[in-house]
Ligand binder design. Structure first.
Ligand code: GLU
Length: 482
């Protein structure tokens, strides 16, 4: 029987949840959900100076927004320092690590000397070999010491799930410190001690951690633990081929939330940064992603963060989302934008769903959608300069057409799209113009803009009273001083 896969996301809480971290979390989550494994969360807060509660909260919020739920309680690395210390002393007792009494000043000097000789500094373990009596005397005096790992000879290899075999000669790895003189663990040691304790079977993380991996593997072996599988995910680049950074725009997941990207679209977009389903599918919902996700689909080469693609993806997800869900997601955005309050949203629920369905075809983001919905909720139209300049250029002609349309619409026997269509087509014919020549000025009158859903849909959504009122306002404006 193979053990249940156990994966983890291990962010350092020194900032918000950025796109790269979210991608790592998502891949771990997808793998766990696909295999019936567990997805765990470990907050690597041992760097007390840089870790903040605010950042921890932001990371939890980002994950929650993305729908990446974790199994079991969150592990805080800082709470495990005693175990880290026990593990370090275990290695010391077994002779796999040693005490190093060299002071920081001495190390500094040794480093400078090496540099002066044009060499890279490596710690010579003979420096730490003290005669037993001196060792005892220093211990009795309480002299501070670090604990260094005794790197064995040979080389260290692993079969990376993404990169295949990777090998590092051990001679390139210094006898590194695992416990500082203040008894705090060094990063690589805390990670391994925790991953062993959490029973992690697959470590999937950014490939900036490749160089840590040989050290970590040596520690697993020294601690007598089975090795997990490692998977190092490729970097995410900006459109210019450089590592994604703030220079490229928003890098926090929360920014995209506020920009009006749906969590489902963000997930889908992130999933394709370094993974492929193996066919040309692009728009996928969560169950599809889970179903398609495999280690074999992980890609080696860096992926590109293309904002246009994210927006396109978001448009696709807005089209696919059940209207009720879309409306629920939009609710706080609508209220924040002062488009409508909760009571109005409830009172006009069916109408709002209908409008959303019409508008979502043209919108790329939730904020787009809210903006486009404004003319339908507002009591008065705000005319866009560009639309007025273009479609009401000849004010007299526009006014004449709109006046005829007003009369005809006021007299329409009912307000069905079929009726308003035939009424307006007759108006255009009688004026001797093509339908488009009537609809564009009319669109500006009714929505203030040059773009909207189909004319008859707009009329249906506005209703007869509002339509006539808006036509009156447009006629007043067209008659007014230029
Ligand atoms: N805390 C590390 C980071 O934020 C991740 C360590 C790991 O995944 O092993 O980059």
């Amino acid at each position: 029987m193979t053990a249940t896969p156990r994966l983890r996301f291990a962010p350092s809480p020194t900032g918000y949840l950025h796109v790269g971290g979210a991608r790592t979390a998502l891949f771990n989550w997808l793998y766990a959900r696909k295999t019936g494994g567990k997805f765990l969360l470990r907050v690597e807060d041992t760097d007390k100076a840089r870790s903040t509660d605010e950042s921890t909260r932001a990371i939890f919020e980002g994950l929650t927004w993305l729908g990446l739920d974790w199994d079991e309680e969150v592990v805080f690395q800082g709470a495990n320092v005693e175990r880290h210390q026990r593990d370090a002393f275990r290695l010391l007792d077994a002779g796999l690590a040693y005490r190093d009494f060299t002071t920081a000043e001495q190390l500094d000097q040794l480093r400078k000397d090496a540099e002066a000789r044009g060499e890279t500094f490596t710690f010579d373990r003979r420096l730490a070999e003290l005669p037993p009596a001196e060792l005892q005397a220093r211990l009795d005096r309480g002299d501070p010491f670090t604990i260094r790992f005794r790197v064995p000879e040979g080389s260290t290899s692993w079969e990376d799930l993404v990169h295949g075999t990777i090998t590092f000669p051990n001679k390139d790895i210094d006898d590194f410190i695992i416990l500082r003189s203040d008894r705090t663990p060094i990063y690589n040691f805390a990670v391994v001690s925790d991953d062993i304790d959490m029973g992690i079977t697959l470590v999937m993380r950014g490939d900036d951690h490749i160089s840590n991996t040989p050290k970590q593997i040596l520690l697993y072996r020294a601690l007598g633990a089975a090795l997990p599988t490692f998977a190092h995910l490729p970097m995410i680049h900006g459109m210019d081929g450089k590592k994604l950074s703030k220079r490229h725009g928003a890098t926090a997941v929360g920014d995209y939330q506020h920009l009006g990207i749906l969590p489902g679209a963000m997930r889908n977009f992130l999933a394709l940064l370094g993974w492929s389903p193996g066919d040309d599918r692009e728009v996928m919902d969560m169950p599809e992603l889970i179903e398609a996700f495999t280690g074999e689909g992980l890609l080696k080469k860096a992926s590109v963060f293309d904002l246009k693609k994210l927006e396109w993806m978001n448009g696709q997800h807005m089209m696919r989302l059940p209207l009720e869900e879309l409306a629920a997601y939009l609710r706080p955005f609508v209220i924040d934008a002062n488009l409508a309050d909760a009571a109005q949203l409830d009172a006009r629920h069916a109408w709002w769903l209908h409008l959303l369905d019409l508008l979502r075809v043209r919108a790329r983001t939730v904020t787009d959608l809210v903006k486009q919905a404004r003319p339908y909720w507002a009591s008065d139209v705000e005319y866009e300069e560009a639309a007025v300049a273009k479609h009401w250029k000849d004010a007299t002609a526009a006014a004449a057409l709109l006046a005829s349309a007003r009369t005809a619409l006021a007299a329409a026997p009912d307000w069905s799209p079929a009726t308003t269509e035939s009424v307006l087509r007759t108006v255009a014919e009688q004026a001797g113009v093509g339908a488009g020549k009537l609809f564009q000025p009319l669109r500006v009158a009714l929505t203030g803009t040059g773009e909207s859903p189909g004319m008859f849909d707009v009329l249906t959504v506005l209703g007869r009273d509002t339509t006539l009122r808006r036509l009156d306002a447009a006629l007043a404006r067209l008659a007014g001083p230029a």
